[in-house]
Design a protein around this ligand. Structure first.
Ligand SMILES: Nc1ncnc2c1ncn2[C@@H]1O[C@H](COP(=O)(O)OP(=O)(O)OP(=O)(O)O)[C@@H](O)[C@H]1O
Ligand SMILES: [Mg+2]
Length: 418
């Protein structure tokens, strides 16, 4: 055995070599390489559709690769299903399917585990103790009897962590865990991830937020078009380098200069009052992206609901161009006036996953694609094609199911529909 072999045997907790995965001719993975070590937080990065989620699904037994091998602690393994991967200590945490809302915190943590019982009677005391132990490792004080569905998103994430720890996870994979968390919750999550790392857990962290990666992670791997471009220490890299490697050309910019803003007012809000919203005013110009910030509970979602017509306002005005919307216009009239809301929870409110891109975009635009009561296929093709082109949606065709797209591309379909 050479020195190099020995090193990789002793240090890598999980390794993927030359992984190939095709879907109907699309090379989602094209010889991808990945290696994560115990006691590190390893960022997995790449543009939308680069192959990150597919690689994770191979690492956790959801997909069988068409070619390539996996190694756990240096030994070749096969993960024909999620259970085998879990038993080998590999666990992925997905925001959407991580908890069962109608079960208690304790039950969620010990889910899949044999409930401790004596003479056929479940020992709730022992169960609660075991659940409590896992939460203590995470420095969390959650009420064990509370229904998980009543917890905040970060608390739900913590319950999912505790469950993984209860099954003795050695490698934890997180695919965009911070997408719906507030800053305070992210800080809390990072504390927990660091303490798990210090216990020797290997953590794989997928995120599009590069500042997070530089704050939290030890090493990074960048993917592009199903291939691994580079793996290196975060301390030896910088955001510019990461972006150029992600997009495949030098000089990628994080904050490109914006030249499209005009002085023409597109959207004006004046003295808006409503539930949780008090005296809000702002002006947005054409070609501008206007950020709305604030802590959780400060009224951001309520403001957006009022603007989209889904919630009433008691005072103030909303104008588009030089037209003022009537009070409480309703979603339909707000939409007709040109205001579309892209929801926070894209998987549940944004798209119909089993339906094609074409139908998702066209269904919401029936008037635009019909004339004399007839729906024109050519018009649909034009509108959908333009939407896909403008937003660089990566897909095989208009007729591909939205559920088969990468997460970021699903989100772009929601935008295209608007
Ligand atoms: N089940 C599937 N059927 C067909 N194509 C798929 C399927 N899953 C993924 N793909 C394709 O494989 C490619 C890689 O997708 P993947 O979801 O791995 O990207 P990603 O890096 O996670 O992107 P994102 O950052 O947008 O989540 C995409 O072109 C995607 O459309
Ligand atoms: Mg993804």
């Amino acid at each position: 055995m050479t020195v190099v072999d020995q090193m990789s045997v002793t240090t890598s907790a999980l390794e993927a070599r030359n992984i190939v995965k095709r879907f109907d001719g699309v090379h989602a993975l094209n010889g991808a390489q990945f290696e994560v070590r115990s006691g590190e937080i390893h960022a997995l990065l790449g543009e939308n559709g680069a192959g990150k989620s597919t690689l994770i699904k191979v690492l956790t037994g959801i997909y069988a690769p068409d070619a390539g091998t996996l190694r756990r602690n240096g030994e070749e393994v096969e993960f024909p299903n999620v259970r085998v991967a879990n038993r080998a200590g590999v666990v992925a945490l997905y925001q959407e399917l991580s908890i069962i809302p109608t079960l208690s915190v304790a039950e969620n943590i010990l889910l899949g585990d044999q409930a401790p019982s004596r003479g056929g009677v479940v020992q709730w005391g022992a169960m609660r103790r075991r659940a409590r132990e896992q939460l203590n490792r995470l420095h969390q004080k959650l009420p064990l009897g509370k229904l998980a569905g009543e917890l905040s998103p970060v608390q739900q994430t913590m319950v999912a962590f505790a469950r993984a720890l209860a099954t003795d996870a050695q490698i934890m994979i997180l695919d965009e865990p911070t997408a719906s968390l507030t800053d305070t919750e992210i800080t809390e999550l990072f504390k927990v991830l660091r303490s798990l790392r210090d216990e020797g857990v290997a953590i794989v962290y997928v995120s599009h937020r590069l500042e997070e990666v530089f704050e939290l992670c030890d090493r990074l791997t960048i993917m592009r078009n199903g291939e691994t471009i580079i793996t290196k220490d975060v301390a030896d890299s910088n955001i510019d380098e990461v972006i150029s490697n992600m997009v495949g050309r030098p000089g990628g910019e994080l904050y490109p200069e914006r030249t499209t803003v005009t002085k023409e007012v597109a959207f004006a809000v004046e003295g808006l009052d409503g539930r949780r919203v008090k005296d809000v005013s702002f002006t947005a110009f054409k070609g501008e992206v206007l950020g709305i910030g604030g802590l959780a509970g400060s009224g951001r979602s309520e403001l957006l609901r009022i603007l989209s017509g889904a919630q009433k306002h008691s005072a103030g005005t909303i104008s588009i161009g030089n037209k003022t919307l009537p009070n409480s216009p309703g979603v339909g009239r707000a939409l007709d006036a040109g205001i579309a809301l892209v929801p926070e929870e894209r998987r549940t409110q944004g798209v119909i996953l089993g339906t094609t891109i074409r139908d998702n975009i066209a269904l919401a635009n029936i008037p635009a694609v019909s004339s004399f009561g007839l729906v024109s296929n050519a018009r649909i093709s034009d509108i959908v094609g333009k939407g896909m082109g403008d937003l660089h949606i990566k897909a095989r065709s208009q007729r591909q199911a939205v559920g088969e797209l990468s997460g970021g591309n699903q989100q772009k379909v929601v935008l295209a529909r608007c």
